[in-house]
Design a protein around this ligand. Structure first.
Ligand SMILES: Nc1ncnc2c1ncn2[C@@H]1O[C@H](COP(=O)(O)OP(=O)(O)O)[C@@H](O)[C@H]1O
Ligand SMILES: [Mg+2]
Length: 281
């Protein structure tokens, strides 16, 4: 295990960051770091600010106060060239994550290349095909999104997010709406990409099996606290957290902190058997 003082420099630093919408504070002075090559998970109940945090980390929204760094580049103040340098280091799959329905899978993956590079058309095709092969979609280049399954659409969206060879991938609830098996396959893909391409992943999820399957570290956000209630390796939080509620979440002794209005709520128990035993080992 890496000791704190042996750690490489952080690839993401969030320092004393407050996120607010029109004066309503959602996250209050939170701080954490993500290290290169980690699969870092943001979890917490619906509406606690997971997507908000992600959008701040990629510079889409400006924090009310505090700092966010990608490497040593300041996400909040970066403009022009510097902002482009940050954007090229990150790939994003948003919660809605939709592909453009009128474009083929290949055309979708080519989009960022067309937007950000001046590469010849054949080179863009080649790169897009390579990204599609990395996510197991060789042979589906010419399909429209409506012609492929939900899991394949997520894979294609990941391929699109990888088009510019990002160092960091941000995925907002990648397995939402997927069946347990497809969702487990997506976990495997993330592990594979993190392991083989040494990409850093920041993933929003509240699927406990996914957390145990892929996370190096997690932070857990809480709506009442407006901040981080737990941080660490999932196994350690399960066994050692001083916060009983956190321990219970990781042990699944009680229902996870979700309301029935939560989009994945009614189906949550379907995932229990998927990686059965993984978190009781
Ligand atoms: N663009 C926005 N403008 C105003 N309020 C927002 C906006 N986006 C999210 N919120 C509010 O911020 C809170 C956190 O939302 P969100 O980050 O989407 O939560 P999560 O992703 O954890 O479910 C919610 O109360 C939500 O209604
Ligand atoms: Mg969200």
């Amino acid at each position: 295990m890496i000791k704190a003082n042996d750690r490489p420099a952080a690839i993401i630093t969030v320092e004393d960051m407050t996120a607010a919408y029109e004066g309503e504070v959602i996250l209050d002075r939170i701080s954490f770091q993500v290290f290169p090559g980690e699969v870092f998970i943001i979890l917490g109940g619906s509406g606690c600010g997971k997507s908000t945090l992600l959008k701040h980390m990629i510079g889409l929204y400006k924090p009310a106060s505090g700092r966010i760094l990608i490497g040593d580049l300041d996400v909040v103040t970066a403009q022009g060239e510097e902002r482009l340098r940050i954007l090229r280091r990150i790939g994003v799959m948003y919660q809605a994550g939709a592909l453009f329905g009128s474009m083929t899978v290949l055309e979708n993956v080519r989009l960022p290349l067309e937007e950000f590079t001046g590469l010849p058309s054949e080179a863009m095709d080649m790169i897009a095909r390579m990204k599609l092969s990395l996510v197991g979609l060789t042979g589906f280049e010419d399909h429209l999104p409506s012609e492929i399954s939900g899991g394949m659409k997520k894979r294609a969206a990941i391929a699109r997010a990888m088009a510019l060879d990002p160092e960091i991938m941000f995925l907002d609830e990648p397995s939402a709406g997927l069946d347990p098996i497809t969702s487990a396959e997506l976990d495997q893909l993330i592990l594979n990409l993190a392991g083989n391409l040494n990409m850093t992943f920041v993933v929003v999820t509240h699927e406990l099996p996914s957390i145990y399957a892929i996370a190096d570290r997690v932070i857990m956000l809480d709506k009442n606290v407006k901040g981080i209630v737990a941080e660490g390796r999932p196994q350690d939080l399960r066994d050692q957290s001083d916060n009983e509620w956190v321990r219970r979440f990781f042990n699944r002794e009680a229902e996870p902190p979700r309301k029935s209005s939560d989009e994945t709520g009614p189906e949550k128990d379907r995932s229990v058997g998927r990686t059965g035993g993984e978190w009781t080992a």
